[in-house]
Design a protein. Sequence first.
Length: 88
Amino acid sequence: MKLCFATLLVVTLVLTSSFIQITVAGSDFCDSKCKIRCSKAGRQDRCLKYCGICCEECQCVPSGTYGNKDECPCYRDKKNSKGKPKCP
């Protein structure tokens, strides 16, 4: 019984560490892509915030500083509570 519990614990720890590494890698991806996307924005802090939210959910960011939203339909189709585009 103790061996079974120990094995289960080790497997759980390994899987958890794998998911943490994937999340951190995804964050680096979003940070770099959003930095490029928001480089010419008038309000960079707001642009980076919403770009980061959209990137985490959609796992993509359109290329360039404006437009090209057809490259990422999820990013393009996100709307705020007023029905306007959420993602910069």
